[in-house]
Design a protein around this ligand. Structure first.
Ligand SMILES: Cc1ncc(COP(=O)(O)O)c(C=O)c1O
Length: 379
């Protein structure tokens, strides 16, 4: 059997990883400045994380959601405390798409309405409703398409108001990324977020903040929307939550009523996933990683902002979009094959997307900075 060929692959086969470095099957070393798509939050194979998982594996790795699981409670308590959302409830699942799918469904159960507002440039995942609110026609199959999903322009308050005025009574929820990642590191305006919150309250619509990529400390806040002082009804998370172990979460305002069977999953919140997610939160707290994010993010921006071909930098913490004056794909290939540094791209072809681990060290950022300088100066 062959693999279903949906991924364009680099010809690199990593077999070992530690901190912010990877090694391939030929022993070549690579610097990971993309965290495997924003997933590696506390660095590869962090010893505390490894030990938590090994210990858990020796005890119990899985039983279904029909029994008590104290690890879920511990995770919910720790997540509530570190994020400041202690009075919210947590539903655990396996991925970002699944978290958004459950959020959209829960909103609709809650207010009985069926339309969803989303924004241009969005990416919310590839499952049914999540892909319907994703702004990429290439990945929305006919079975996913419905006029119930309404697109509004990013940061456009006027259009938002017009849509709510015309259809507000039918809008179940508004879904928005804390910072658009796949869209090219697009940061929402404070007044845009406040207006969304105000309209959701006015029309009894649910505000869903997708923090799958921008959450878990990456922006320099635990959740990126916290910089703007708004409180969503539902927050979704995944990616950095398990540092590579699949886990997603839905943080739910206490006004939502849980009933038996309303949501459910086979694998979500299993013992190993919880052990991984608890280890991530412990390390973020104990190693003060959010402070490191703020310092390293600022340092990288200061060092690279005047490099040739850099048009602008869009950045919060270690979520960095480097806008070049041309397509970034050659720069990316050059960094990878000539300097052994992984970086990312986005739907905006000119934006190089940088998402290193939250515990990246200054000397590691210097490797990236000097390689980028060489590449851009020789273009
Ligand atoms: C903002 C956002 N939401 C949702 C998803 C989907 O997450 P997953 O791939 O875990 O389903 C992603 C993935 O890139 C994302 O960036």
């Amino acid at each position: 059997m062959n693999l279903f060929n949906v991924y364009p692959l680099f010809s690199i086969n990593p077999v070992k990883a530690q901190g912010s470095f990877l090694w391939d099957d030929k022993g070549e070393k690579y610097l990971d400045f993309y965290g495997g798509h924003a997933v590696i939050s506390i660095g590869h194979n962090h010893p505390y994380y490894q030990n938590k998982l090994k210990d858990q594996l020796e005890k119990i790795s899985f039983y279904s959601n029909s029994v008590q699981n104290e690890l879920q409670t511990e995770l919910a308590e720790k997540l509530g405390k570190i994020s400041g959302y202690e009075d919210y409830n947590l539903f655990l699942c396996n991925s970002g798409a699944e978290a958004n799918e459950n959020a959209l469904k829960l909103a609709s159960f809650h207010n009985g309405k069926s339309k969803v507002l989303y924004f241009s440039g969005s990416f919310h995942g590839r499952t049914s409703a999540a892909v319907s609110v994703t702004d990429n026609p290439k990945i929305v199959a006919p079975v996913n398409f419905s006029e119930r999903f309404i697109k509004s322009e990013w940061n456009d308050i006027k259009q938002l108001e017009e849509i709510f005025e015309a259809q507000g009574n039918e809008i179940s929820s508004v879904i928005i990324e804390g910072i658009q990642g796949v869209g090219g590191i697009m940061i929402p305006k404070a007044e845009f977020l406040s207006k969304i919150k105000e309209l959701c309250e006015k029309y009894n619509s649910v505000l869903i903040l997708d923090e799958v990529q921008s959450g878990y400390g990456r922006s320099g806040y635990f959740f990126s929307h916290q910089e703007f002082g708004i409180e969503p009804d539902i927050i979704t998370t995944a990616k950095g939550m398990g540092n590579g172990f699949p886990i997603g979460g839905v943080l739910i305002h206490p006004k939502f009523q849980a009933t038996n069977g309303l949501l459910g999953t086979t694998f979500g919140g299993n013992h190993l996933a919880c052990a991984a997610a608890i280890a991530v939160l412990d390390v973020i707290k104990d190693e003060n990683l959010i402070k490191n994010v703020q310092e390293m993010g600022g340092y990288i921006e200061d060092e690279i902002k005047d490099f040739p071909h850099v048009k602008s930098i869009r950045r919060k913490g270690l979520m960095i979009g480097i806008e070049l004056d041309q397509d970034c794909s050659e720069v990316r290939k050059n960094l990878l094959y000539n300097h052994h540094i992984f970086t990312g791209n986005s739907n905006d072809k000119s934006v190089l997307r940088i998402l290193p681990a939250l515990n990246i060290r200054k000397e590691e950022t210097d490797l990236f900075i000097s390689a980028l300088k060489t590449v851009l100066e020789n273009m």
